[in-house]
Design a protein around this ligand. Structure first.
Ligand code: UDX
Length: 488
């Protein structure tokens, strides 16, 4: 345990925490929630984002006006080294390589130049960075600044990443044969239910030199380098898997669901501050008025997050399935997210009629508000971790259609471990979409709502005083304060 410096050497200023998220919508969203929580704990915060993310946040979110209320918060921007028109998330490995090669020296310069501190703001006491950005730990070690890693994915997927070297050693990847339902044996705690098809999609590449495998298998080496690991989850949801991770990395802070944790802390202060998601696209608020006009729990919300792209064939399968289900639907179709979209193709009358009667389509929605709306009764999601936690917290059953990264693992847990919905992995056939939507919203509605409600209650309990996430956050703040850099 770190020794607190004696009182005479302790600076009168609060600790100064620098946060560095992976510059993509999901991670930035959850780490901004963490930043605001740390602001509420009266710590000084520097939030480092890339120029690209900063310009999108400034344009499309209430981010600036919200953080203007915190004199102890500052944002610093840094180049990601890519041209303005680079698609970033769609070519993730290029983004990652550029951050490591071009952003790392800029980050070191930012920390060592003195530009972050002032008479009222001490030098950086610790760095809280996305654990995939290993270079932040390199720089922290060079400058003698302790580092906490945050992983904004699920603990269950993080544990699979930890086990990638074992999977390779056991010859479980690359796959031998094409039985995608064969059980995986080398992930402790998941032997009974994890199949080949539930592994992160890059495990299907057939090539253990795949850049994604090389990128994610470093977790075993990277994470133990940090002082502690901060996870956006809660003990009651991922307890068994958290125990597995703790065997390698004992100092874990489970402080999620972060979006709800922040809301709870603000409510406890009587603050009426809006804490909507920190969107990189314009949120279309008109869908809220449409929801107001729908019966309770009658709408299935459909969104595939900020990175998923679907083919025009998949788009039509989902559209037919949703209309044929007879259910009401609110569908987010992010601009440019439909590949090879043939705008000339004729839409069958029954599909356009059905959409007029029961559907509403937007480019981007105020998702946290939508999921909290009483008219919403289910979520057809890609199983991104923020969306999954937001749905769990609102007691909404899910249909999971995972695309890549952690989404395959998340959807297996939703459908088979937590029993909070249906796993529609590896298919988008219109008849199956129709059947699953009917099952979730009609045939098995009460069964799923009841289970989802139990998990939602458990998520709420962990955030009240004495709850697991409440206590973990208290411990995190105390540990940061105990790192109090002596007066320089
Ligand atoms: C990415 C990865 O895809 C995901 O697998 C990983 O778990 C986190 O990083 P993303 O695909 O963007 O995340 O999905 P998700 O984690 O669900 O984050 C999306 C965020 O955008 C959510 O907080 C959601 O509330 C918000 N959102 C989404 C909106 O505000 N409006 C929308 O219309 C859609």
């Amino acid at each position: 345990m770190l020794q607190s410096p004696s009182p005479m050497t302790r600076s009168p200023l609060p600790p100064h925490v620098l946060l560095f998220p992976l510059p993509l919508q999901g991670p930035v969203n959850s780490m901004l929630k963490l930043a605001e929580l740390l602001c509420l704990a009266d710590l000084h915060i520097t939030f480092v984002v890339t120029d690209y993310i900063n310009s999108r946040l400034q344009r499309h979110s209430n981010f600036q006006s919200r953080f203007d209320h915190y004199p102890n918060f500052q944002i610093k921007t840094v180049s990601d080294g890519l041209p303005e028109d680079h698609p970033r998330g769609d070519r993730f490995i290029e983004l990652f390589d550029s951050l490591r090669r071009k952003t790392k020296p800029l980050f070191k310069e930012m920390l060592s130049s003195g530009c972050l501190e002032s008479d009222s703001r001490r030098r950086v006491s610790c760095i809280v960075a996305d654990g995939i950005l290993g270079f932040t730990c390199d720089v922290g070690n060079e400058l003698g600044i302790p580092v906490f890693y945050v992983r904004t994915i699920s603990a269950c997927c993080l544990w699979v990443f930890f086990c990638l070297p074992k999977l390779i050693e056991a010859g479980e990847i690359p796959f031998n044969g094409d039985d995608m339902d064969e059980l995986i044996k080398s992930v402790p705690g998941m032997e009974r239910f994890l199949r080949r098809r539930d592994l992160p999609s890059f495990c299907r590449s057939g090539n253990i030199a795949d850049q994604n495998i090389l990128l994610y298998r470093t977790e075993c080496d990277e994470i133990p380098r940090a002082y502690g690991l901060i996870l956006n989850t809660f003990e009651e949801l991922e307890g068994p898997i958290l125990s597995e991770i703790r065997s390698l990395c004992p100092n874990i802070y489970t402080i999620g669901p972060l979006h709800a944790h922040l809301k709870a802390k603000l409510a406890a202060r009587g603050s009426s501050q809006p804490t909507f998601s920190n969107s990189l696209w314009e949120e279309d608020q008109t869908c809220m008025a449409w929801l107001d006009a729908q019966p309770s729990k009658s709408v299935i919300y459909v969104s595939f997050g900020s990175l998923v792209n679907i083919t025009s064939e998949q788009y039509m399968e989902f559209w037919h399935g949703l209309v044929n289900s007879g259910q009401r639907f609110l569908w987010v179709i992010r601009p440019d997210s439909i590949l090879n979209k043939d705008s000339g193709s004729r839409i069958p009358d029954e599909v356009s009629e059905g959409t007029k009667e029961r559907g509403y389509i937007v480019d981007w929605a105020p998702q946290e508000e939508v999921l909290a709306h009483p008219s919403v009764g289910g979520f057809l999601t890609h199983s991104g971790w923020n969306s999954t936690l937001e749905s769990v917290f609102e007691g909404l059953p899910m249909i999971c259609w995972p695309y890549f990264l952690d989404q395959q693992v998340n959807s297996r847990f939703v459908g088979n471990v937590w029993n909070l919905g249906l796993d529609m992995k590896d298919t988008s056939d219109r008849n199956l979409v129709e059947k699953m939507v009917r099952d979730l919203m009609e045939v098995r509605k009460e069964e799923f709502l009841q289970r989802a409600d139990q998990m939602a209650k458990s998520a709420k309990r962990c955030l009240v005083e004495g709850g697991s996430s409440y206590n973990s956050f208290e411990r995190l703040v105390k540990d940061i304060e105990s790192m109090d850099a002596p007066v320089s």
